[in-house]
Every structure is written in structure tokens, then in C-alpha cells.
Design a protein around this ligand. Structure first.
Ligand SMILES: Cc1cn([C@H]2C[C@H](O)[C@@H](COP(=O)(O)OP(=O)(O)O[C@H]3O[C@H](C)C(=O)[C@H](O)[C@H]3O)O2)c(=O)[nH]c1=O
Length: 342
């Protein structure tokens, strides 16, 4: 297969990170060809891809990655030369309620993709050339209660059903590299943020609850720490890792912005207070809406990654300062939010 004729198969491309990646990728590589397979769960929307929907090199397939026949059909219909596997159930709170869809999509779905890619790429004689890039998370390493950071050799120690399913998938992906010599790479990023993220996640929850004048729920003591990465910076890192990452290697991707949840909520409320005073109504400050609530079960205390491997080997660094990224994100939600969506 001529590389220029081949398609990149993006799974879960209607979700937050996947859709941002497709838009980024098609803008960077105007001749690239992309097939996006997405189940369109509650968390995905083709609305996220409106700007590329008519792109001649972009194709959408509505299917579930756990559906072997559907995945097989995609590999028959398109000359797939690489896979980036974004498709996942990703919300920790939901996984605590019910782990089944997490194991199904994140583990079984990854297994289906690996098996079919291996079969087809072996038949086509491109098994070692065709890249399988698996998107993972820093949550697989567990929780930090000191000043250290997770590095790529940190043993996996997932603490909730979501992160356990992602750790399981990572191990499966690696096993296909060891067993069959597949050209696999894994990237594990810290918390993403940016426009079009689903409202269930912390930053959209803060913004949308503030705009609705609803309580802003902060779990526990609010001192849990997350490291924030602007989604476009993540996409730039993925592009580098997909093209230049070493087979069988894992790469951490962090934003370098560690914040306690309560400090993040205050920061966002200050942006709203300063930039959108007309939205305050009778409130003195959006901060008045911040409300401590019952803690998440098994709530991981801190995530932070050492990503010197990516920064050193590939020269990546985030370019969006958190202040700017947050202002852009807030602006996007303010523009989305209309009184009828209350
Ligand atoms: C929704 C919500 C969350 N929180 C707390 C819980 C966490 O300490 C922090 C972030 O929570 P969120 O659910 O947005 O994200 P994480 O649990 O850190 O996980 C996220 O980042 C990793 C890397 C992934 O891999 C996950 O897919 C992604 O969901 O805010 C609250 O205090 N209130 C709320 O209403």
C-alpha cells in the first residue's frame, strides 16, 4: 500500500479530544485521509466535527469498536495504514456507578481493534510499518500523595474502574507489540480542557453551573490536584508521538499546570466576574456559588506527570498558557449557553 493512499483510522473521533485531533490533523496535513469511527454515545457529537464534515478526505462511520463485523468492514472498505484509538468511556464518576461499559469499550473494544488490525496488516505485509497509537491517561499510575511525578516506568496502580480499564487496555496493547511485533505506541496525558468538552467534567461543570447560577460542586476538601493540558497542545503532542514515537514506548504528556480543584474553581469564577459581569445578575461574585459536596469514592489525590521524554526527544512543549486557555474555554461556553438551554 502506498502510504499517501492510506487512511488514518481515528476511533472515538466525535468525542472531545478525538474531534479536536481530527480538526488539527486535517489542518496540518491537507492531503491526509481520515476515517472516524464513533458510536456517538452521550459524550460524542458530530456537531464537534461540523467544520470538517464536507472535507473530501474525511469519512465518518457510525459504529461501535466492540462490533467485530463493523471494524472488519472498515478495514475492508478503506486502506487503513494506522490507527489512533481515542474511543473510550472516560468519566470516573460514571465508572464508579457502573464499570461494565468501561470494561466493554475500553478493554474489549481495544482488543477488537488490535485483533483486526493485526490480521489485516499481516495479510497486507505492513504489520511492522503500520502504527497503532493507543490514547491513555496518567490515571493508570494511581494517585500521588507527595511531590513526585509519574514517569513512564511508574508501575500501574489504577484506583477506580475507569483507570483500571485503561491500564488493562494499555497492557493488552503492549502485549500485541511483544507477541506479534506490532508497531504500537501509548501516550498518557494529564487532564485536558478546552472548548467542546462534555459538561460532566470539572471545568465545564464549573462554567455551566456558574452561568446557570447553580451551585458549583467541589468534591471533598477541594484540595485534590490535577495537571491541566489544553487540548490543542495535546493534539500537537499526539501528532509528534504518532509520527516519531518509538515502537513499544510510552510517552507522558502533561500541561505543567498543577492546580487544586478549589483554586481552579476560584480562577474560573474570577474570569467570569471580570469578563462577563452582565451574567452575574444578583450575585456579588460567581465564587458565591462554590459549594463543597460529598467526596468522590476513592478520590485520587494528585496526578502530575514527568514528560521530559516527550519534551527532550521530540521538542514538544505546551504553547497555550493556562490563563489564555481558560479564557478561551470560558468564552466558548458563554457563547454556547443561551437562556433556552437552562
Ligand atoms: C465533575 C467534578 C469533578 N470534581 C473533581 C474530581 C477531580 O479531582 C477533578 C477533575 O474531575 P474530572 O471528573 O473532570 O476529571 P478526572 O477524574 O481527573 O479525570 C479526567 O482526567 C483524566 C486524566 C482522565 O483520563 C479522565 O478521562 C478524565 O475524566 O475535579 C469536583 O470536585 N466536582 C465535580 O463536579
Amino acid at each position: 500500500m502506498n502510504k499517501s493512499d492510506s487512511y488514518l483510522l481515528v476511533t472515538g473521533g466525535a468525542g472531545f479530544i478525538g474531534s479536536n485531533f481530527i480538526k488539527y490533523y486535517l489542518s496540518q496535513y491537507p492531503h491526509a485521509k481520515v476515517v472516524n469511527v464513533d458510536k456517538l454515545t452521550y459524550a460524542g457529537s458530530t456537531f464537534n466535527l461540523e467544520s470538517v464534515a464536507d472535507h473530501p478526505n474525511y469519512h465518518f462511520v457510525h459504529a461501535d469498536i466492540t462490533d467485530e463485523k463493523a471494524v472488519d468492514r472498515i478495514f475492508n472498505d478503506y486502506p487503513i495504514g494506522g490507527v489512533i484509538n481515542f474511543a473510550a468511556e472516560s468519566h470516573v464518576d460514571r465508572s464508579i456507578e457502573d464499570a461494565s461499559s468501561f470494561v466493554n469499550t475500553n478493554v474489549m473494544g481495544t482488543m477488537v481493534l488490535l485483533q483486526i488490525a493485526r490480521k489485516v496488516w499481516t495479510e497486507q505485509g505492513i504489520l511492522k510499518a503500520a502504527r497503532f497509537h493507543h490514547i491513555s491517561t496518567d490515571e493508570v499510575y494511581g494517585s500521588l500523595d507527595n511531590d513526585e511525578k509519574f514517569h513512564e516506568q511508574t508501575p500501574y496502580d489504577p484506583r477506580n474502574p475507569y483507570s483500571a480499564s485503561k491500564a488493562g487496555a494499555n497492557l493488552l496493547v503492549k502485549s500485541f507489540g511483544y507477541t506479534y511485533g506490532m508497531n504500537i505506541v501509548i501516550s498518557s496525558s494529564s487532564n485536558n480542557y478546552g472548548p467542546s468538552q462534555h459538561e460532566e467534567k470539572l471545568i465545564p461543570t464549573i462554567i455551566s453551573n456558574a452561568l446557570r447560577h447553580n451551585p458549583i460542586p467541589i468534591y471533598g476538601d477541594g484540595k485534590n490536584i490535577r495537571e491541566w493540558l489544553y487540548v490543542e497542545d495535546h493534539c500537537r503532542a499526539l501528532d509528534l508521538i504518532f509520527h516519531q514515537g518509538q515502537s513499544m514506548e510510552s510517552y507522558n504528556i502533561g500541561g505543567g499546570n498543577e492546580l487544586k480543584n478549589i483554586d481552579l474553581a476560584v480562577k474560573i469564577c474570577e474570569i467570569l466576574d471580570n469578563n462577563y459581569p452582565d451574567r452575574k445578575g444578583s450575585l456579588n461574585s460567581f465564587k458565591d456559588l462554590i459549594t463543597y459536596t460529598e467526596d468522590r469514592l476513592g478520590h485520587d489525590r494528585r496526578y502530575a506527570v514527568d514528560d521530559r521524554k516527550l519534551r527532550g526527544a521530540m521538542g514538544w512543549q505546551p504553547v497555550v498558557a493556562m490563563e489564555n486557555g481558560l479564557e478561551e474555554t470560558v468564552e466558548w461556553y458563554v457563547n454556547q449557553w443561551t437562556p433556552t438551554s437552562r
